[in-house]
Design a protein around this ligand. Sequence first.
Ligand code: 2HG
Ligand code: ZN
Length: 464
Amino acid sequence: MTSAPEPPSAPDPRVVKALRDVVGADHVMVDPDLTASYASDWTGRFVGMPSAVIRPGTAVEVAEVIGLCRAASIALVPQGGNTGLVGGGVPLAGEAVLSLRRLSGITDVDGRAGQLTAGAGASVADVQAAAVVAGWAYGVDLGSRDSATVGGTVATNAGGLQVLRYGATRAQLTGLEAVLGTGAVVSHLGGLLKDNTGYDLGGLLCGSEGTLGVVTAARLRLVPPSPERVVALLAFSSTSDAVESAFLLRRALPDLQSLELFLRAGLDLVCRVSGAPPPFADPHPAFLLAEVAGLTDPMPAMAAALDSVGSVADVAIATDSTRRAQLWRYREGHTEAINTLGAPHKLDVALPAGELAAFVDRVPGVVADADARATTWLFGHAADGNVHVNITGVAPDDLTVDGRVLSYAAELGGSISAEHGIGTAKRPWLHLNRSDAEIAAFRSIKGALDPAGILNPNVLLPPP
Ligand code: 2HG
Ligand code: ZN
């Protein structure tokens, strides 16, 4: 963990009073004991220190807070469940944290259209539960579902475990409400599926990481429920067998919901940390976890698909929910297990399909060449070409391995951020994926929607 920075000076008491008049006295905190839980990400790699934490309860209050902070030149870091992994919600330069967690209502559930409106502070699990009550499901699922909020997942265009079937968060949006850096409230929550009336501000704000506006609510499309489920854990004798099988399974299984990749070292670590028994008697180098979900029993389709994949070395199948959850734990336990080794560097990259296996096989060598003390852990979303490169044994602020891995992914035609965003962690390398012309366009948009530059000023865009 990096040591905590010097406490920033608290905002002018007159500004604190004005903010308290807007959101209530209890919802503006300047005491470091009270603001500490908003100061760092949960991996411990990024540690900041907010000058204040402000917790508005409505979009109108958010707008008034932005107006006051703009006038007082107070930079704001919007924050939801603080589950980000690239420092995008951490006040690393003494900014004030704008916490959206109080905007947690879920309203206007439309069972006919299959849509609902969720406040920025509602958790993904809250949306999933509300969708089920309405007879639907929410297409986004991720390990941090209980803490990650709608505002944060929209701001980062979060992906997760079901992108191959339903798309990332942007694909769920049928409307958005946000407060721009100008203080203007833009609200477009009608939820029309066809609405070609100019610029898609929701699509633009989604993935903008709080640099253009603060998301206050989202209109979300829901998906039909898929109550019948089968999970298969497949073992392979090489990464390329696993990756080639992933392509075959994707084509053979139209109801494929998730297709995850992990390797022997990660599985062993998860078993060691969690106490779970290994899934197979024999050790294997690579694994896929496939979940198929539909209205009818997916078992026959799964069995036929597995027959068509010649290279499976071992297989465990689960139909009941307890056993399915046990198999999922081998994949979902990775993040927590790796964290027990110290604050990891997390490099979330995407590769073209044809480069995925080579990247997985070669990237540990790229890391070792950069830093012999480093250990590489690889897992991710196979169907999306998305590998979570976790590196332990490297000081939080040593960026050598980060640069080497991100450059290697970009050389292969990949993305330096598949689903976690750029945050502060990857700002120096945005140019690996974005041209000067694109970055100039980004800056123009930033200048138009946040002319005072108070929204997440140290995130996404490289310093000029
Ligand atoms: C996941 O897929 C998350 O589990 C977290 O995106 C990835 O911990 C990570 O690096
Ligand atoms: Zn992921």
